[in-house]
Ligand binder design. Structure first.
Ligand SMILES: *[C@@H]1O[C@H](CO)[C@@H](O)[C@H](O)[C@H]1NC(C)=O
Ligand SMILES: *[C@@H]1O[C@H](CO)[C@@H](O)[C@H](O)[C@H]1NC(C)=O
Ligand SMILES: *[C@@H]1O[C@H](CO)[C@@H](O)[C@H](O)[C@H]1NC(C)=O
Ligand SMILES: *[C@@H]1O[C@H](CO)[C@@H](O)[C@H](O)[C@H]1NC(C)=O
Ligand SMILES: *[C@@H]1O[C@H](CO)[C@@H](O)[C@H](O)[C@H]1NC(C)=O
Ligand SMILES: *[C@@H]1O[C@H](CO)[C@@H](O)[C@H](O)[C@H]1NC(C)=O
Ligand SMILES: *[C@@H]1O[C@H](CO)[C@@H](O)[C@H](O)[C@H]1NC(C)=O
Ligand SMILES: *[C@@H]1O[C@H](CO)[C@@H](O)[C@H](O)[C@H]1NC(C)=O
Length: 446
């Protein structure tokens, strides 16, 4: 009996420690309430326990988290919750004109905390940032969002917010009764939004993630400084727009080419090289849109004998490329794209591709714009593409095998022309030889 009780106790404890509960926070400024929050946050983090061995843990923001580092100002406020052994979760808000928004979420986790991250091979403290989708909240209003919102902060960490009630700028020390409800909570798309001013969709920009975690050695060879304002995210929600959704996607500028490389370890030369500009076409909620992928601010990956990987993170987009070496040739065989848009997470992948093929020991190059349909909902456009996922020597590209479109347009017509010319010459030659012979034999044919 006692054993059974102990078992149940342990079981419930185990469950409880993984479930997340709402936490209520009241931040005061000179004894007056200035920021109010009541929300549930749960985290999912993947970390390395041994070489090429990973573990994923989930845990909630505990109710015991401390909020003493939170603060409020006239136009900016910070909700910071610290918990356990060196972890924290914070959100910064800013007030402008008649509304406020959340600017950034910062999640700091300490891999050295073995209660949360058992057997972690890294002891680092990792900081990841993301852009939350909390905006256009009226100045004296609470933001209410019961729906779950999963925010992917990095390939290794994501967090899910739910039952969120926040007032980041409390006026006169009393929490407002008026609420701005998030789009996800609104049942019918026809309900007019009484409170929110129809937002002119801004480019959602995620603050560049402080590079910290990574599976294998990460080399950030991005030479182009992250130009954050080039991301053009096409239109967002369908609920507020009155016009029929026939507006064509605006023509985007050519994406900036990113230069990426992966090393085996800190002081070896690159074992994987990739340069390209990338545009992504995707269909979300039946709406097709295109975005340019800015040069990644977070680059990770690995080089193997028959499989090499490259993961790129830029703003709210994560792209994973996986290359396969079949001993004679290599090719891009898997692709994962995850995009955090204002209407949710878009994720598509394919694992049986045969793209960018070239002989092992050489590189694949395609300067022209190319488009590839990955799935029904996803296509990619590449610009100035050059990759070598295997057999890189001295950190430099080997001879390039160019894509057909580049070669075809120049070489194939020339080759065909030359072949035709040779054929005509042979025919002519044969004719003259035949004729000469006939003449020499004195018009025997008659
Ligand atoms: C992110 O969240 C999903 C569930 O929504 C989970 O399955 C996945 O493992 C998480 N990824 C990471 C890297 O934690
Ligand atoms: C809050 O709601 C009340 C009643 O609906 C309204 O009179 C008041 O103007 C609202 N306040 C704000 C800040 O919108
Ligand atoms: C609007 O988008 C939501 C998902 O965000 C979808 O469930 C809904 O069906 C869409 N409404 C219309 C009218 O397309
Ligand atoms: C290689 O890295 C180690 C540390 O990992 C360092 O001590 C050593 O100096 C490096 N060697 C060179 C040649 O840079
Ligand atoms: C792509 O995502 C799926 C899950 O959505 C995962 O199982 C797979 O390992 C990912 N592939 C790459 C190449 O990252
Ligand atoms: C990839 O797999 C899907 C389904 O698994 C299949 O429909 C598709 O034809 C495959 N594509 C190739 C190029 O093999
Ligand atoms: C991709 O290329 C094909 C062939 O050039 C073209 O027909 C198609 O419209 C392109 N896709 C998009 C989305 O532009
Ligand atoms: C490609 O794979 C073959 C067989 O797995 C291996 O022998 C070869 O070394 C690999 N090539 C490179 C460049 O890694």
């Amino acid at each position: 009996m006692a054993r059974c009780a102990a078992f149940i106790f342990l079981l419930s404890f185990g469950v409880v420690s993984h479930l997340s509960h709402g936490i209520e926070v009241q931040v005061k400024n000179e004894d007056k309430l200035c920021l109010y929050a009541n929300l549930t946050v749960s985290f999912s983090v993947t970390y390395e326990v041994a070489v090429n061995k990973k573990k994923t843990v989930s845990f909630g923001l505990p109710t015991s988290a401390l909020s003493n580092e939170s603060k409020c100002d006239k136009t900016s406020s910070v909700l910071k919750l610290s918990f356990a052994d060196g972890h924290s979760w914070s959100v910064t808000f800013s007030l402008k004109d008649k509304s406020y928004q959340a600017d950034a979420i910062t999640f700091v986790y300490n891999l050295n905390d073995s209660n949360v991250f058992p057997d972690s091979s890294s002891k680092d403290t990792v900081t990841v940032k993301a852009k939350p989708d909390i905006k256009d909240v009226g100045v004296n209003m609470c933001y209410l969002c019961k729906s779950k919102d999963t925010i992917i902060a990095s390939p290794q960490a994501n967090m899910t917010l739910s039952d969120v009630l926040i007032q980041a700028f409390v006026i006169n020390g009393t929490k407002s009764k008026n609420q701005t409800v998030c789009p996800a909570d609104k049942p019918a798309p026809t309900t007019p939004t009484p409170t929110t001013v129809a937002p002119t969709t801004n480019a959602t920009t995620v603050a560049p993630t402080t590079n910290a975690t990574t599976v294998a050695p990460t080399t950030n060879a991005t030479t182009v400084a992250p130009t954050t304002n080039t991301t053009t995210v096409a239109p967002a929600t369908n609920a507020t727009t009155a016009a029929p959704p026939t507006t064509p996607t605006p023509t985007l500028p050519t994406p900036t080419v990113g230069n990426y490389s992966i090393k085996h370890d800190a002081n070896s030369t690159a074992c994987l090289l990739a340069n390209f500009g990338l545009r992504i076409g995707f269909t979300q909620n039946k709406k097709y849109q295109e975005v340019n992928f800015d040069p990644a601010t977070e680059v990770s990956g690995s080089c193997g004998v028959d499989n090499s990987e490259l993961t790129l993170v830029s703003n709210n987009i994560t792209v994973s490329l996986s290359f396969y070496n079949d001993t004679k040739k290599f090719r891009l065989h898997a692709l994962n794209v995850t995009i955090n848009t204002s209407s949710g997470v878009f994720a598509q992948s394919s694992t049986n591709l045969s793209l960018w093929e070239a002989a092992v020991g050489s590189s694949y190059m395609c300067n022209k714009e190319q488009n590839f349909t990955i799935t029904d909902l996803l296509s990619i456009y590449t610009f100035s593409l050059h990759v070598q996922p295997f057999g890189v020597k001295k950190g430099l590209y080997s001879t390039a095998e160019e894509c057909l479109t580049d070669e075809e347009s120049y070489l194939v017509p020339i080759a065909v022309g030359v072949a035709l010319l040779v054929l005509i010459l042979i025919v002519l030659l044969a004719y003259f030889i035949g004729r000469k012979r006939n003449m020499a034999s004195g018009y025997q044919s008659f």
